[in-house]
Design a protein around this ligand. Sequence first.
Ligand SMILES: C[S@@+](CC[C@H](N)C(=O)[O-])C[C@H]1O[C@@H](n2cnc3c(N)ncnc32)[C@H](O)[C@@H]1O
Length: 273
Amino acid sequence: MPARPPISSARSNDRHHDKRTVSQHFGRAARSYDEHAMLQLAVGRSLVQRLPDSLPVKHALDLGCATAPFARAQQQALPDVQWQAVDLSAAMLAEAAERGRLDGTYQPLCADAENLPLPAASQGLVFSCFALQWCDPLRVMEEVSRVLAPGGRLLLAVPLSGSLRELQTSWQRVNQHPHVNTLPSLSHWRDAALSAGFADADLQQQVMVEYYDSVKAIARRLKATGADHVSGASGLTGKNAWQAMVHEYETLRTEQGLPLTWNVLFLDAEKTQ
Ligand SMILES: C[S@@+](CC[C@H](N)C(=O)[O-])C[C@H]1O[C@@H](n2cnc3c(N)ncnc32)[C@H](O)[C@@H]1O
């Protein structure tokens, strides 16, 4: 068995509650998501570039699609494919509909990526950008493998451990409460891919750094994209602790501003059996 990711106790003890809170966080971010998710959208566009020309089965999923920002590009790349826009958050899917991104060939499905209400071998492609970081890699890879038809493709981008490291370090200097999620590492995802039967999975890691004027702008960006949800956190941060953390973060300031690092995994795999 591959090693399990270093998930927090809150996440492993109360998974259903945590899924609900992930969904609620994203629900609150539905309106603001597109305007603040520059990095996610850039990563997603590069995943779209990797879409295959044809699929063994003309059904595809965008897992954790949020407002479905890639719907048009995905439909243009694979025009004869029936897409399902899958998300835990009904509010995100409602926002996708309001933005005119859902139609007869791009249908919403409110569901958990770890437990998809879909038949085995029913999909030719699973696309997922910046959405599976709250999942257990082994569980979600097994579910993706189950729904993919032989010859089906998985195109995945997900932030890895080491992401938001400046925020984590700054908080660690102030107190030991959980302020940043502990994310699975590249080896957790590699082990999960192997265990789920993706023998030839290609995994590449890319470090991306954003720069901000202030810690407040960083916090606003994380909140607006729903990425501020932290497993096991109380949600309450004292003013003094916040100011102490800001002071620590300011010591990392560069000429470009305050860095915010993302360590992103690009995984490309084919279901062989
Ligand atoms: C950061 S957004 C990414 C959206 C979009 N894929 C993009 O790249 O811009 C993450 C989305 O994943 C969804 N999500 C998180 N965990 C999920 C799960 N277990 N199953 C389905 N959706 C999930 C959230 O509700 C949220 O809408």
